[in-house]
Design a protein around this ligand. Structure first.
Ligand SMILES: [Zn+2]
Ligand SMILES: [Zn+2]
Length: 169
């Protein structure tokens, strides 16, 4: 699978380069030219940005999937904030770095990788998973992100592998 990483606004190059490494289990990622954060996505009150219109805007540019990466604080209708958003079996996904930072850069990197794999997992047909260790378990806090692993559980893995195989043929 080919994954396009779409920086939205200012995103540290290092984060994107780490993602290329950390997404190798899913596919080959490459970095697109950054696009600006559209002011229309911002909430009129507060500093948050709506995630849904970003999914409508970003394009895989020839890759199978596109993962938007932004430093902005994202939210969507049902939640005050989200680490990322994707629709099941659709091409675009987006993650926010805003709440994933840690004083330990290794922890920050792991969190970003887990949420990136989680959202791309949705685009490959996996739903949120009840197994708390599975990367597809929904995380409402960074503690929950830290508790789960970066791996798909035995129930989610076949879904991911089936979809990934279909992309190759
Ligand atoms: Zn999810
Ligand atoms: Zn699972």
């Amino acid at each position: 699978m080919r994954i396009a990483l779409q920086p939205i606004g200012d995103v540290p190059r290092e984060v994107l380069e780490d993602l290329i490494e950390d997404l190798k289990g899913l596919g080959d990622a490459s970095i697109l030219d950054p696009i600006p954060l559209d002011p229309a996505w911002r909430e009129p009150k507060g500093d948050q940005v709506r995630a849904d219109p970003i999914l409508d805007e970003i394009e895989p540019e020839g890759a199978h999937r596109v993962l938007g990466v932004t430093a902005a604080d994202l939210h969507t209708g049902a939640y005050d904030f989200i680490f990322g958003l994707a629709k099941v079996q659709a091409r675009p996904a987006v993650i926010s770095l805003f709440r994933l930072g840690s004083t330990d850069p290794r922890v920050s990197r792991e969190r970003v990788a887990k949420e990136a794999i989680h959202e791309l997992g949705h685009t490959l047909g996996a739903d949120n998973c009840p197994n708390r260790e599975c990367v597809m378990s929904f995380s409402a806090s960074v503690d929950a992100v830290d508790r789960k692993t970066a791996a798909f559980c035995g129930r989610c893995r076949p879904t991911i592998e089936f979809s990934a195989k279909r992309l190759r043929t």
